[in-house]
Ligand binder design. Structure first.
Ligand SMILES: Nc1ncnc2c1ncn2[C@@H]1O[C@H](COP(=O)(O)OP(=O)(O)O)[C@@H](O)[C@H]1O
Ligand SMILES: [Mg+2]
Length: 344
């Protein structure tokens, strides 16, 4: 039996709708030996975990035990969505650098040392930092107002808009052990939030982050220039191919017709019907179900079934084989004797 599982926490609409939709499709399409259920975990032993061919992970960012369980499942072949190794490795600052590399516009961004010494460190642990730090260079590049936000995290937690240097230092002082990014503000004409599944299936949603939470997903918004929508879709695919996320949201702020990627490290993005609305919910349930079934169908027993982005996979391409050198003859032919005829 090929089992598709979903691992989740407090959310209560998407997981059940996902399970129902997958099982309904399996029935309608007459697929044999496949089913979906909520993941059920008992004793977890190293290298042994072959119950699920696919697991959608919605919660391991908050439960480290689950992250370890998922890595163990992955090595036995489970296609974990999203790749738990990559999710443990990347963060927003690195992802911005990767965006620059693949040609997706992002706001100018610096990373700041934490305002407090992390546990078990003291001044000596920071002897490699220049003092004073070159704040002026950062301020000149980024300008004010600016955004200051954690390099790792989500859900608008500890996101600050700062007016000037004093304001920045005061707020930075509140962030304790968080590693913060200082980022150029994009004063936007339009804002989009996009679901991206399987790295290239994009659903663009108009979004107004300045509205109260329940009114952020815009319904019947103004017409948007097709050129911008095409760019947004293209950038979504570029980013997710490079990162290797199968299930992500990407946010863009559009300034002067250029979409800047603001937030694209959301491997367990909000999918609650009460915030995303009925139509977006329907899209994510339907398309996530199709993705999970497709992954279960292509699952290969005894192999790793994870998605890796081009950032990783391009570095491990087999080197181009050198042509073998032409075989040297074992016996040497004597050079043909030149017969120089005496000139007459
Ligand atoms: N550089 C920026 N320019 C303009 N607005 C921003 C910028 N960074 C963040 N914001 C605003 O703050 C919100 C939260 O920041 P975001 O980067 O999405 O963090 P989170 O991962 O916590 O959602 C965004 O939806 C956007 O409205
Ligand atoms: Mg966000």
């Amino acid at each position: 039996m090929k089992k598709i599982g979903i691992l989740f926490g407090q959310e209560d609409t998407f997981p059940w709708a996902f399970i129902d939709r997958v099982n309904q499709k399996i029935k309608e399409q007459g697929i044999k030996n496949m089913m979906a259920e909520a993941v059920s975990i008992d004793a977890v032993e190293q290298g042994k975990s072959d119950e699920y061919v696919v697991i959608i992970d919605r919660i391991s960012q908050d439960v480290p035990f689950y992250r370890a369980y998922l890595k163990n499942a992955a090595i036995t072949g489970t296609a974990v969505i999203n790749n738990p190794f990559w999710w443990s490795a990347d963060e927003k600052f690195f992802n911005n650098a990767l965006a620059e590399k693949v040609g997706v516009p992002v706001p100018k961004t610096f990373i700041l040392p934490t305002s407090q010494h992390p546990e078990n460190t003291d001044g000596n642990s920071f002897r490699n930092l220049k003092y004073p730090f070159d704040w002026d260079r950062m301020f000149d590049t980024v300008g004010f107002p600016a955004y200051m936000k954690p390099h790792d995290g989500g859900g608008w937690k500890s996101v600050y808009r700062v007016e000037n240097a004093e304001d920045l230092w005061t707020k930075h002082g509140e962030t304790e052990n968080l590693v913060m990014m200082l980022q150029e503000e994009i004063q936007f004409e339009e804002y989009f939030r996009c679901y991206v599944l399987g790295t290239d299936n994009v659903h663009i949603m108009q979004y107004e982050p300045r509205n109260p939470h329940h009114l952020r997903y815009v319904i019947d918004g103004p017409e948007v220039d097709k050129k911008i929508l095409d760019l947004v879709e293209k950038y979504c695919i570029k980013l997710n191919k490079a990162l290797g996320y199968d299930f992500n949201t990407v946010e863009f702020a559009v300034r002067d017709g250029v979409p800047y990627a603001i937030d694209f490290c959301n491997p367990a993005p909000d999918a609650d019907i009460h915030s995303v609305g009925k139509d977006n919910f329907e899209w994510i349930v339907e398309n996530a179900a199709n993705l999970a079934i497709a992954k279960a169908k292509t699952y290969k027993k005894g192999k790793m079934n994870l998605t890796w982005g081009t950032f990783v996979s391009d570095q491990f391409k087999a080197p181009v084989a050198k042509k073998p050198a032409a075989k040297k003859p074992t016996t040497r032919k004597p050079a043909a004797k030149k017969t120089t005829k005496a000139k007459k």
